[in-house]
Design a protein around this ligand. Structure first.
Ligand code: 4IA
Length: 405
């Protein structure tokens, strides 16, 4: 496999044999993104028998039409109408209205801007302390020591989890994000890694395991108010535990990797630390931590005038949309001053990331601490990709952090 898609125009829909769930793609998705965007507004992926959209306009359109492009048959490759879901479906990700809206209302409140604002002081203190410690060390691995360490130091506390075993959230998330792709070796390996922690994560979702002031307790309280059933509450806590760690790890890793590769952008950030939030947002556009998601058509429809039948899985390439030259100028440049509103790194529409205010807070305080304390990030060894069917991120990024004078 060369990584170049074979595109033929036999029918109305071009066909590609590209494999977006392969090591070659994870190493460098951009040539395949380019192929798919150029092939047409909708392309058939022959290996998986699914349709794909990679242009910003069509990705945005599919995300914003939940009646036609349903999540209830799964947001992954598996069609829940044809095969049994491998785990109990999420009550928010893998549902349509009205069930979706009932869960979403609770999460919107629990993770509201007002609720997240209350965490700001503590999150900023933890970021400052970690960056100080890393400046003392000088050389470290930016992925385990910073991109993983930071969310693991603040997020489980915000949920109300005990201190022990919080690292277990990483293999759990790695397994779930792999599960949205095919049942390939990456998935099987991730299941093997996570098997010992599945029961633990389930136990942490129960009311008795959760401290009274965290997100977890707030979700269980919604059951008291009749907004959820008592049986549903742990499943909604599971969503928060699944979606809240690996994503921000990938987002922080992306931002650190960007700032290390684009030193002139780090200099800009240093000169004006109030750009920290923008620097994180641009990293989410640039690397798109969540690369792909599926919908399933509920009826015969069309995408950009191309007829599409009922029951088709449609794969949305968020990362390709976020670098679509039809939508962005100089898309392959990391530019912390760019107007990047409208990127789909957090999705769009009714399923748009419910934790994005929290994610942005984490990004802002970590990059803000770097902007005030560090002179630059120097890459001191090979960056290694982490292979995952849905998440784009690094396993390792050896760096030296230089203290600002
Ligand atoms: C859930 C899209 C991703 C961040 C996500 C993963 C899992 C769940 C929700 C969102 O389990 O509800």
């Amino acid at each position: 496999m060369t990584g170049v898609a074979a595109v033929s125009a036999t029918g109305a829909v071009p066909v590609s044999d590209a494999d977006p769930f392969s090591a070659a793609f994870f190493e460098n998705p951009h040539p395949i993104h380019d192929e798919l965007r150029e092939a047409g507004p909708v392309v058939r992926l022959s290996r998986y028998g699914v349709l794909a959209v990679a242009r910003h306009e069509q990705v945005h359109a599919v995300l914003n039409d939940w009646r036609t492009f349903s999540s209830a048959r799964g947001a992954g490759l598996a069609d829940f109408a044809k095969e049994k879901p491998w785990r109990l479906p999420s009550l928010v990700l893998e549902t349509d209205p009205p069930l979706h809206d009932r869960t979403r209302r609770v999460l919107d409140r629990v993770l509201s801007p007002a609720a997240i604002r209350r965490l700001r002081t503590e999150f900023a203190r933890a970021a400052d302390a970690l960056i100080e410690e890393l400046l003392e060390r000088g050389s470290f691995d930016a992925i385990p020591d910073l991109a993983e360490a930071y969310p693991l130091s603040v997020f489980p506390d915000a949920v109300g989890m005990p201190r022990e075993n919080r690292r277990y959230l990483l293999p759990y998330g790695n397994m779930v994000f792999n599960s949205f792709g095919p049942r390939n070796a990456f998935f099987e390996e991730a299941v093997k890694d996570a098997e010992p922690v599945i029961a633990w994560v389930q136990a942490q979702s129960q009311r008795a395991a959760l401290a009274p002031e965290g997100f977890g307790a707030a979700i269980h309280a919604a059951a008291d108010a009749g907004e959820l059933t008592p049986e549903e509450a742990p499943l909604v806590v599971r969503s928060v535990l699944t979606a809240g760690v690996d994503t921000t790890v990938s987002g922080l890793g992306a931002a650190l990797y960007c700032l290390a590769r684009f030193p002139e952008q780090f200099a800009r950030l240093r000169a004006d630390p109030s750009l920290a939030r923008a620097a994180f947002e641009e990293a989410v556009r640039y690397e798109s931590p969540v690369q792909t998601f599926f919908r399933t058509t509920t009826r015969d429809t069309e995408i950009a005038g191309v007829p599409v039948g009922e029951g088709e899985k449609v794969l949305m390439f968020l990362g390709a949309a976020n670098r679509d030259p039809r939508r962005w100028e100089r898309p392959e440049e990391y530019d912390i001053g760019r107007a990047n509103a409208g990127h789909v790194g957090f999705g769009s529409g009714i399923h748009g990331c419910v934790g994005q205010v929290l994610a942005r807070l984490e990004g802002e305080v970590v990059l803000g601490a770097l902007a005030r304390k560090a002179a630059g990030i120097e890459i001191t060894g090979p960056a290694r990709r982490r292979y995952n069917n849905t998440l784009r991120g690094l396993a390792s990024l050896p760096v030296r952090l230089h203290r600002a004078a």
